[in-house]
Design a binder for this molecule. Structure first.
Ligand code: 4AD
Ligand code: MG
Length: 465
């Protein structure tokens, strides 16, 4: 008999009275004096467990069923009936229980008592079996599906940009090197420097920090594209918002300016909020109750309310006038810290803010220079709690100015000849942004630490699993 997913059993009334088969992992078992075992089974298809009523008459009742402790895996067949007891709507009257694997109660680390999120990071192989991590995985999935629906629905082409590259999009030098050279016997050139000509790619290579540069090449041929892939940053930040490996969504639009970019960002975020509200209700209820009070209300408001838009200069004025005590003093030209971003989103505007037109000195070389010669057409989208969720810009589409910006940033224009070619042949205004996927999952679940919203987090000194 084919197995039915528990989510379908719980949502489809037509199955009542039918024979069904379910498979999953035991969450709890208790034995009644009347000669039954009650098992709560979870198969990951939804938040709720399904109750199984197992009568003592079954041949393997004594030998196996009474040995089913949390974590054991089973298949159960029987009739789906309306539940007698309170607390659940339906249950299975088990006729057969097949055990796949037992779990020893003394050894199974997530069996009984509550385990902290910190400890669960060390048990990342088992944590998807907990309520919280199952719900995170389903919401993560929904956000990924929503992303493809949103962009595909607007005729954006899904582009696969390379993971291994020789360029540094953000120019910050925070890259993981990719090499096959024997680290104990590095080849040297005449000047005594490491001879990368002998390396796999014949030159220095690294893991990408962003697919943007390649994204621009395709946008300036096909119109609108988006990427959705892993990116890597060797920044040594041990914060609750940084990972060394994270997933980024990067749309890029030809014939578009910064306003179009901000509008796309706002539409995309609202689409994501509406989508999870519609598709992940049960999981959201859990986070709303147990992790972040008011989460559902906040997502509902954000799904429709307009986002604030201010310039960087206005943001600095607000911060200066606030009278708030910041650790990092505010003045025009600073790179805003998370305390400043939080003040804007949580105290001043109580909602999302799009900040535009940052000083050119603190932003990447590819951003378009504004007429004031001081600022660039950049934008950051800030959300309460998580801070910067999106970074984007209109791109510098004028060859000479781009070369100047590169030189000022200490980047050799020659090594980006292909990127500059785009400005030599049929250059067009274009713009795009990057959304940090894990920060989005954080925002939609209310989870405090980014390490808990990616299955296997990579951070300094942590690459287990
Ligand atoms: O602001 P960033 O660095 O922008 C770019 O990479 C551009 N090339 C994007 C573009 O215009 N196509 O990164 C974009 C977003 C940030 O706003 C943040 O949400 C997320 O990526 N992000 C991180 N998320 C987790 N861990 C990290 N270490 C992150 N660094 C950036
Ligand atoms: Mg940024």
């Amino acid at each position: 008999m084919q197995r039915t997913l528990i989510k379908n059993i719980l949502s489809d009334n037509k199955l009542i009275g039918e024979q069904v088969r379910v498979c999953g992992w035991v969450r709890t078992r208790r034995d009644s004096k009347a000669g039954f075992s009650f098992i709560e089974l979870n198969d990951g298809s939804c938040f709720a467990n399904l109750q199984l009523v197992v009568p003592a008459q079954l041949a393997n009742y004594k030998s196996e069923v009474t040995q089913l402790f949390p974590g054991s895996s089973i298949a159960v067949e029987g009739e789906l009936v309306l539940s007698q007891g309170g607390g659940q709507s339906v249950e299975i009257q088990a006729e057969t229980v097949k055990v796949f694997g037992f779990a020893e109660p003394e050894k199974y680390p997530i069996g009984k008592q509550r385990v902290s999120f910190e400890r669960l990071r060390e048990l990342a192989h088992l944590r998807p079996r907990t309520n919280t991590f199952g719900a995170i995985a389903r919401i993560r999935h929904a956000l990924a599906m929503a992303t493809h629906q949103f962009f595909s629905g607007r005729d954006f082409l899904y582009l696969h940009t390379p993971i291994i590259t020789a360029s540094d999009c953000e120019g910050a030098g925070e890259m993981f090197q990719v090499t096959t050279l024997d680290q104990n016997r590095l080849p040297r050139d005449k000047q005594g420097k490491i001879d990368y000509k002998q390396d796999f790619f014949g030159r220095k290579a690294n893991l990408t920090v962003s697919g943007q540069l390649e994204g621009e090449l395709y946008a300036c041929a096909l119109g609108n594209i988006y990427t959705f892939g892993p990116t890597f940053r060797a920044e040594n930040s041990n914060t609750r918002r940084h990972l060394a490996e994270f997933w980024m969504i990067e749309p890029e639009m030809a014939f578009a300016d910064l306003d179009d970019d901000a509008q796309l960002a706002e539409d995309y975020l609202k689409y994501l909020f509406s989508y999870v509200l519609e598709h992940c209700r049960e999981d959201l209820e859990f986070f709303n109750q147990r992790i972040a009070k008011g989460l559902i209300e906040r997502l509902t408001t954000l799904a429709t309310a307009p986002f604030q838009r201010i310039t960087y200069t206005e943001a600095i004025e607000i911060l200066e006038a606030s009278g708030a005590m910041f650790d990092y003093p505010v003045k025009w030209g600073i790179d805003m810290q998370s305390e400043h971003e939080r003040y804007l989103t949580e105290q001043h505007f109580s909602g999302p803010v799009i900040v535009t037109d940052y000083p050119k000195e603190i932003k990447s070389f590819y951003m378009r220079l504004n007429d004031d010669n001081k600022t660039v057409a950049a934008m950051d989208v800030l959300l309460p709690e998580v801070g910067e969720i999106i970074g984007g810009s209109q791109r510098e589409d004028r060859l000479e100015l781009l070369e100047q910006r590169m030189q000022a940033a200490g980047i050799e224009p020659e090594s980006y000849w292909w990127y500059l070619d785009l400005r030599r042949f049929g250059s067009v205004p274009h713009a795009g942004f990057g959304l940090g996927f894990e920060r989005m999952v954080q925002f939609c679940t209310g989870m405090h630490n980014i390490r808990d919203v990616i299955p296997f987090p990579r951070t300094p000194n942590n690459v287990e699993f």
